[in-house]
Design a protein around this ligand. Structure first.
Ligand SMILES: [Zn+2]
Length: 359
């Protein structure tokens, strides 16, 4: 079904793409006083070459992008990412390369050198991060089902500049029921482990998803990560809080409680777990209950900019919609993965404090 496939491009289903016209109910005083997050763990920039290929795909099949913001077809740079981070007072951002788009079955654009373009998109992300004076880090990406996946990862180990690897199983049309797909994903995890690259994975591959797929992932794939940090995108789902997302997070909760291999450094980003200000209160409570069971320190902020919201808009939205306590938000907002540079320590006072200096 074509309209469902739209969900795989970035995250959200076509019906969810409404320009963010959020009403602004007053935040509770404790939420209003929260500091900005240290980092946004889920951002996407895009080179001119990828934007051109997406536009060609849109011209071939206009339905593919129906209802989505035309801005998603425009190039975005590291400077653009820093601008939206600055607006929200966020110091660091994790750029997740969209290089997997070139080998996605959803974009069967002819006459392009997919492996070269994959490399160049990854290089674009790495170069933009390098120019950011330590504020942005880049995760390269591959389609784990592409024959070139492991050699692309090995290249970045040699070349340097990449902080980790992003995988997007929906965009890659991954199938948990196919042993060859499982084997290919396992090879990517083994290569990442060999090269010490942390992983961020958009695990949900299709509408029909939940505990069974998570358990396959935990049984067959995750042990290959060893003690690598592995971040599950979108809180285990693909945007929005539905029963499948909660079932998936519940299966992860069980795996973590059982100390299953590979779960030691498992974290979850909150990118687009809420998509508007009409979140189902029971589902939000169910999600938060699981967050507490898993451990709040395993959750990190992510906006998925530019899919629906700027980082600043999303932080405010998710703080309003998830019923967490102020102290719990502070833990999430301060979340720092090893690849995020440490915040500068406050300068020691050189003279007696006075009223103007104290704040
Ligand atoms: Zn994303």
């Amino acid at each position: 079904m074509r309209s469902t496939s739209i969900a795989f491009l970035w995250v959200v289903a076509i019906i969810l793409f409404l320009p963010p016209a959020l009403s602004q109910p007053a935040a509770s005083p404790s939420i209003a006083a929260l500091p900005p997050p240290l980092a946004d763990y889920h951002l996407h920039i895009q080179s001119r070459a990828l934007s051109d290929v997406l536009r060609r795909a849109a011209a071939q099949d206009p339905k593919l992008f129906e209802g989505m913001s035309p801005a998603l077809l425009n190039p975005r740079s590291g400077a653009d990412a820093l601008r939206v981070l600055n607006d929200a007072g966020i110091r660091c951002g994790v750029l997740l390369s969209e290089a997997y788009m070139f080998t996605s079955p959803y974009f069967d654009v002819h006459n392009i050198d997919k492996d070269r373009l994959t490399r160049e998109e990854n290089a674009f992300n790495v170069a933009q991060a390098a120019q950011s004076k330590g504020r942005l880090v880049a995760f390269i990406s591959v389609n784990p089902l592409s024959p070139a996946a492991t050699s692309e990862i090995a290249y970045w180990k040699r070349a340097g500049g990449a902080s980790g690897i992003k995988l997007h199983l929906a965009n890659s049309q991954f199938d948990f029921a196919l042993p060859a797909n499982i084997q290919a994903l396992k090879q990517v995890f083994l290569e990442a482990n060999k090269d010490s690259f942390p992983l961020i994975i958009h695990l949900r591959n299709r509408q029909d998803f939940g505990a069974a797929q998570v358990n396959t992932f935990v049984d067959e794939i995750l042990p290959s990560a060893g003690s690598l940090p592995v971040q599950i995108a979108h809180g285990g789902g693909w945007g929005g809080l539905d029963d499948q997302t909660i079932a998936a997070l519940s299966a992860f909760s069980d795996a973590i409680a059982a100390h299953r291999p590979g779960t030691e450094r498992l974290t979850f980003d909150l990118a687009l777990v809420v998509v508007d200000d009409h979140t189902d209160a029971a589902k939000a409570q169910g999600f938060v209950d699981l967050m507490r069971k898993i451990g709040i320190e395993r959750f990190a902020m992510g906006s998925d900019w530019p899919a629906l919201y700027t980082p600043g808009q999303y932080v405010h939205l998710v703080e309003r919609e998830l019923p967490l306590k102020s102290q719990e938000w502070r833990v999430i907002l301060a979340h720092r993965s090893d690849y995020i540079p440490k915040p500068p320590s406050p300068r020691p006072a050189t003279s007696k404090p006075n009223a103007a200096a104290a704040n």
